[in-house]
Design a binder for this molecule. Structure first.
Ligand code: AMP
Length: 212
């Protein structure tokens, strides 16, 4: 699983893991954005919370993960942005025990607040497949089209300075305690996420290969 602050690179690295290792990824944030675009009850119910940077109730998120595992479960998967609270991590332990699947690694992408602010203020994301890039990338600034699926590259509506404040507060209060949780479990590994994507991915790949 990939853990870290908003803008720490979880989504980007998760996508690189899928492309490189062929392992499926699940991201509750991406699922909720899709549900909202589709106008489903779940999407509408949670839009208000995500838009303002709050965390969606644990019960809803755990339900999404259980459904996803039922469909894709088995061997090898990556969680991007899950768990985000201690109760979610506890639920995950029981779910994985039921699936007889151990959790190999909890990888924490360490970033400074400066990195977070820089990335969030310039992030562009594909509305269709979730590919993430930056408005500072000349290729995409002029033609905001996803290189993988031709979807539109847009700013996320929660990537705004005020909402970021709330997301960081939620992260510090509710997600940061997971570092201790996974340190105690012996699965925590930290990577310097302030570097460019390929350098981070090189470290990440090494960790994954060592654990294979
Ligand atoms: P992300 O795409 O991971 O940045 O998530 C976007 C938003 O979806 C978050 O700010 C939350 O509102 C919601 N969300 C995503 N994952 C979780 C989670 N594990 N627990 C609660 N809310 C979540």
């Amino acid at each position: 699983m990939l853990l870290g602050a908003p803008g720490s690179g979880k989504g980007t690295q998760a996508e690189m893991i899928t492309r490189h290792f062929g392992v499926p990824v699940t991201s509750p944030g991406a699922i909720l954005r899709r549900e909202k675009d589709l106008g489903t009850d779940l999407g509408m119910e949670t839009a208000e919370i995500t838009q303002h940077g709050g965390l969606v109730p644990d019960k809803i998120i755990v339900g999404l993960i259980e459904d996803w595992l039922r469909l894709h479960g088995g061997h090898g998967f990556v969680f991007d942005g899950f768990p985000r609270t201690v109760p979610q991590a506890e639920s995950l332990q029981s779910i994985l025990a039921r699936h007889r699947t151990p959790l190999d690694l909890a990888i924490w992408l360490e970033v400074t607040e400066e990195t977070v602010r820089d990335r969030i203020s310039s992030r562009l994301q594909c509305r269709s497949c979730g590919f993430t890039t930056s408005v500072t990338s000349a290729t995409f600034a002029e033609r905001p089209v996803c290189p993988y699926c031709d979807g539109p590259l847009v700013r996320r509506n929660d990537d705004d300075v005020d909402v970021l404040q709330k997301r960081l507060a939620e992260f510090n209060a509710k997600t940061q305690p997971l570092a201790d949780f996974y340190k105690k479990a012996g699965t925590l590994r930290s990577i310097d996420g302030n570097r460019e994507r390929d350098a981070v991915f090189a470290d990440l790949s090494r960790l994954i290969e060592q654990n294979a």
